[in-house]
Ligand binder design. Structure first.
Ligand code: SF4
Ligand code: ZN
Length: 310
């Protein structure tokens, strides 16, 4: 059937229809399109240099494993950079164990070193402890976990001697964060979403997100086409926050108006650039732990003080 021909190479069967561009792609052209798009994002925002040591945050989900796979392919082909996979064990009973094994096996296959860091070791409590110690559900699981994870990844990356942290955040993740910041009045944080790497004052670490121009749905399809084994089990705490609702909201809009996520993302780029330029982020130290903080006490310590007092 001609309607199933690949729009790029013409002579193969199309297996993926991209509503926002009107293209139908065969397996090989789809895979190439995702890998080329990742490379273009890396170049466009000057994300890496040839001698960088990149700590890739690998959780065992489709985004992080696909990112590791593509970065390994790019850096091996160009003979640049060193990769280390860092995995954060939040300590969520029955959820994290499967992914730790998955990551270990996948890293061994790619010949990438894998280092695991746990909340328990770093903060003295795991996520299950934090959930049972929080005073109310107003402290949402994902807000506690997100704060801990960012710090854990910073510590892990420093520990393995990396100068760049790469994470698998995709375009959908960025849109959700954008709206969450607007809804919660945290407008200064919108500047953090700007993809040009941020150089951190204290440790000079850059953070990059090479998938920010790719839809979540396409990363799932990429992982499936490449037979990348990813964790499908969902975190038991995931539905507490607003993120799942926003994901569904954007998916519904995209279904009715293909391309609307891209349009919103280009607005995000413009707004985040202005916000980054205007924000007066002060690089101070936390009075309690000594890590970087814009206030006297950092958000990790604020959470720990509340959780440890219960
Ligand atoms: Fe942590 Fe929330 Fe992710 Fe669960 S869904 S691992 S609580 S950030
Ligand atoms: Zn602190």
């Amino acid at each position: 059937m001609s309607s199933l021909s690949c729009s790029k190479c013409k002579n193969k069967n199309g297996i993926y229809f991209r509503p926002y561009s009107g293209e139908t792609l065969c397996k090989s052209c789809f895979i190439i399109s995702i890998e080329e798009k990742t490379s273009r994002t890396i170049s466009k925002f000057s994300m890496i240099n040839y001698d960088d040591k990149i700590a890739v945050g690998v959780s065992g989900g489709k985004d992080s494993l696909s990112l590791l796979y593509i970065l390994k392919e790019i850096t091996t082909r160009k003979n640049i950079c060193t990769l280390v996979a860092i995995t954060i064990d939040e300590g969520i009973m029955g959820y994290r164990d499967e992914s730790l094994k998955l990551v270990k096996d996948f890293c061994a296959k790619l010949n990438v070193k894998n280092e695991i860091f746990s909340y328990k070791d770093l903060f003295g409590m795991n996520m299950d402890d934090a959930i049972s110690s929080r005073p109310s559900k107003k402290m949402t699981s994902c807000s506690i976990c997100g704060t801990f994870r960012r710090r854990a990844i910073d510590i892990a990356a420093q520990n393995v001697g990396a100068n760049i942290i790469a994470t698998g955040h995709n375009l959908d993740d960025q849109l959700q964060s954008f709206l969450i910041n607007i809804i919660s009045g945290d407008v200064n944080r919108i500047g953090w979403l700007n993809p040009e790497p941020v150089n951190y004052h204290f440790n000079g670490m850059k953070k990059i997100k090479p998938f920010i121009e790719i839809y979540e749905k396409e990363i799932v399809f990429y992982a499936l086409q490449q037979n990348i084994p990813f964790q499908t089990e969902q975190c038991p705490y995931m539905n507490e926050g607003i993120r799942t609702d926003l994901r569904n909201f954007f998916n519904l809009l995209e279904e009715q108006r293909p391309g609307i996520k891209y349009n919103t993302f280009s607005s995000l780029l413009k707004i985040s650039k202005i916000s980054k330029f205007n924000s007066d982020i002060k690089h101070n130290k936390c009075n309690r732990c000594g890590h970087e903080s814009n206030h006297g006490i950092c958000s990790v310590c604020k959470n720990l003080i509340i959780l440890q007092s219960n």
